[in-house]
Ligand binder design. Structure first.
Ligand code: OSB
Ligand code: MG
Length: 366
């Protein structure tokens, strides 16, 4: 059926502290939200693009353009959800924009049916493991303090950001202090193949994986690096679709894939990737994009899918925001696990007062 109303809301929610990678540092979470209303039901989608092109080429502004001028057109009355999403194929690239619309439609559909998102996708609820991604720190002392806090809180795995000049010695310091934790490192593309010898130095620390050491769009050079390392490589930035994932596995470029549902065009493509990987014995995990509670809930539902067998970037709300726009907050339950928010759709609701407070821009599309 037709949608009664479509709105964009751009929010800017301050982080508790800036989040730094090898490429950029963000002090606030700026996100494009899409609101779809039909017959009194409302579905929301959060776009994972940043306002800048420093993690990926898409931005909140390009996503707004793609959604408004190209993707929403495909949601014509009489078309099923599957038909409409199939039509998105003719729009090249822009998976983050596509995922935003898909997420909002799936949330709307699940709410109409009165069922949780994971059930709409066909998966059963289960407790989701926790993981934390610790940004680039000023000193190894500061890093050790962050890791200690995370370990005390019961996180199942710790990911530390690395970059040139803050890598082997920093991982060594963490590993020496915490010999038994599940630890991994994410370089966000800071190295080249010429650094292979240096990166081999990371093999000594029993990392569960090294995420995206080489170019942000590269698969081939990772396939040359992987055989030189004992440690499994994991691709993040380079994977935008099932085709990319198939290329990476076919070339032996990695032994793990980070699925960020927003980066690969949505939940349905994520499930296709998870299956493809499962058939080849490659585990996947759910990467985060520092989402608000809305996008984080989507990632939690996704982790009910088979083959999400490694803890992801799913952390407590309080680690990102003093005040979030969504309820309920994500908290670590018994054993460090996270419960799926109960209720229809994503299970989270946006608080009108907080949404208003953090809104930068609103646009009624239809
Ligand atoms: O590379 O995984 C990444 C956040 C923003 C952009 C890129 C990345 C990240 C994270 C944080 O690592 C994950 C999270 O806690 O949501
Ligand atoms: Mg990453």
């Amino acid at each position: 059926g037709t949608l009664d109303r479509i709105d964009f809301v751009v929010v800017s929610v301050p982080f508790v502290e800036p989040f730094g990678t090898s490429v950029a540092s963000w002090a606030v979470k700026e996100a494009l939200l899409l609101r779809l209303e039909q017959d009194g039901f409302v579905g929301w989608g959060e776009c994972v693009a940043d306002p800048d092109p420093y993690y990926d080429g898409e931005t909140t502004t390009t996503a707004r353009h793609l959604i408004r001028d190209f993707l929403l057109k495909e949601l014509e009355p009489g078309r099923t959800l599957g038909e409409a999403l199939g039509r998105f194929r003719k729009v090249r690239g822009n998976p983050m924009a596509k995922a935003t619309v898909e997420n909002a439609l799936l949330d709307l559909m699940a709410r109409r049916r009165g069922i949780p998102l994971h059930e709409l996708l066909g998966y059963e609820a289960r407790p989701v493991p926790s993981g934390i991604s610790i940004g680039i720190q000023e000193s190894t002392g500061a890093l050790l303090a962050k890791v200690e806090e995370a370990v005390d809180q019961g996180y199942h795995r710790v990911k530390m950001k690395i970059m040139r000049g803050k890598d082997v010695a920093w991982v060594a310091a963490v590993r020496e202090r915490f010999p038994d934790i599940a630890l991994m490192a994410d370089a966000n593309g800071d190295y080249t193949l010429e650094d292979a010898g240096h990166l081999k130095g990371l093999d000594a620390f029993g990392l569960t994986m090294i995420e995206q050491p080489l170019g942000y769009h590269d698969i081939y050079q990772h396939s040359l690096l992987q055989p030189q390392l004992k440690t499994a490589l994991c691709l993040d930035e380079s994977i935008h679709s099932l085709d990319d994932a198939a290329a990476a596995l076919g070339l032996g470029a990695c032994r793990v894939i980070n699925i960020k549902q927003g980066r690969v065009g949505g939940l349905l493509e994520s499930i296709r990737i998870a299956r493809h990987c499962q058939e080849r014995g490659v585990p996947v995990w759910s990467g985060g994009m520092d989402e608000t509670g809305l996008g984080r809930a989507v990632n939690i539902h996704l982790q009910t899918v088979d083959n999400f067998s490694i803890p992801g970037d799913t952390s407590e709300t309080r680690r990102y925001f003093r005040e979030d726009i969504a309820d309920p907050p994500v908290v670590l339950g018994p054993g460090g696990f996270i419960a799926i928010p109960p209720g229809p759709g994503t299970g989270v609701t946006l608080d009108p007062g907080r949404l208003e407070r953090y809104t930068l821009h609103r646009e009624r599309v239809r």
